[in-house]
Write a protein that binds this ligand. Structure first.
Ligand code: CP
Length: 306
């Protein structure tokens, strides 16, 4: 079996079998990461360019490591040190880079649809590393991988995504992927940060953490985007923390331990208390490790079979 598309633009519309193929492929690459020599040859001779037009720590380093561990040649690009700072467009940037005979492009960009746009202007395989508030498919996949590793299956698993759902590409990719895999997904946050018709994506909506906490196996806590505070979507960080901050006291109301996830970067003691982030039920650093394996799986499947 192989993926239907030669690009990974989002998890929306991907079949259950395709998602399972990526997760299963990542299992063998996760094992490679525990070896003393963490390098395998499948992308030898291929060149991957990482185009990051937005800041990133985890995704960028994780993609670079994944590419090098698959033996690809890697070139990384940041906006400040490039001719984008002189006004060059995304299309011209991409076409000039492709003229240097590259095979795959990983792109992060503030504009929703930017990864899709690249598929129309260059021939390389395109991987979306986050496009505005649209999708962050490898984050969705690594979250699913981490949950499957912990619970054995995604079927019937109860996962709540907490926080700013409206502006979150992580929420969107998790909702598409998890619902396709049979998980029961809910979202929780202030009404101002939850899209009006989100139930149509097959999720349940909560506006109170104390109502959802007894109902779930895992909470995926999103970064509160501090810049939203100025736009009046929530009154203050203190108030947000009081009602939607996930704390030890609030999760202690559940009858069994709840797995704590966060895509990073964390605003400690705002959306998530530091003791929970570092606590025994947190899988936040496992998410980061698994991200390398997931990205190796995606690069391998697109680079060798598509
Ligand atoms: N989770 C995530 O996308 O983190 P970065 O912005 O650091 O890549």
């Amino acid at each position: 079996m192989k993926l239907k598309s030669r690009h990974l633009l989002g998890l929306d519309g991907m079949a259950k079998e395709e998602l399972a193929l990526i997760l299963d492929t990542a299992v063998s690459f996760r094992e490679v990461l525990d070896r003393p020599i963490k390098k395998v040859p499948p992308l030898q001779g291929k060149t991957v360019v990482n185009l990051f037009f937005e800041s990133s720590t985890r995704t960028r380093i994780s993609f670079e490591l994944a590419e090098r561990r698959l033996s690809a040649d890697v070139v990384s690009f940041s906006t400040a040190a490039s001719s984008v700072s002189k006004g060059e467009t995304l299309k011209d940037t991409a076409r000039n880079i492709e003229a240097m005979k590259i095979d795959m492009v990983v792109i992060r960009h503030a504009a929703p649809g930017s990864a899709h746009f690249l598929t129309r202007v260059v021939d390389a395989n395109i991987i979306n590393a986050g496009d505005g508030a649209h999708e962050h498919p490898t984050q969705g996949l690594l979250d699913m991988y981490t949950l499957r590793e912990k619970f054995g299956t995604l079927e019937g698993l109860r996962v709540c995504i907490v926080g700013d759902i409206s502006h979150s590409r992580v929420a969107r990719s998790n909702i598409y992927g998890l619902t396709t895999m049979g998980a029961k997904v809910s979202v929780c946050g202030p009404a101002t940060l939850i899209p009006k018709d989100i139930q149509q994506l097959g999720v349940k909506v909560y506006h109170r953490l104390d109502e959802v906490i007894p109902e779930v196996d895992a909470l995926n806590v999103l970064r509160i985007q501090l810049e939203r505070q100025k736009s009046g979507l929530f009154p203050s960080l203190r108030e947000y923390h009081r009602f939607f901050g996930v704390t030890k006291e609030k999760v202690s109301k559940a009858s069994k331990p709840i797995t704590i996830m966060h895509p990073g970067p964390i605003n400690r003691d705002v959306e998530l208390s530091a003791d929970l982030a570092d606590g025994e039920h947190s899988v936040i650093l496992q998410q980061v490790t698994n991200g390398v394996a997931i990205r190796m799986a995606v690069l391998y499947l697109l680079g060798t079979t598509n």
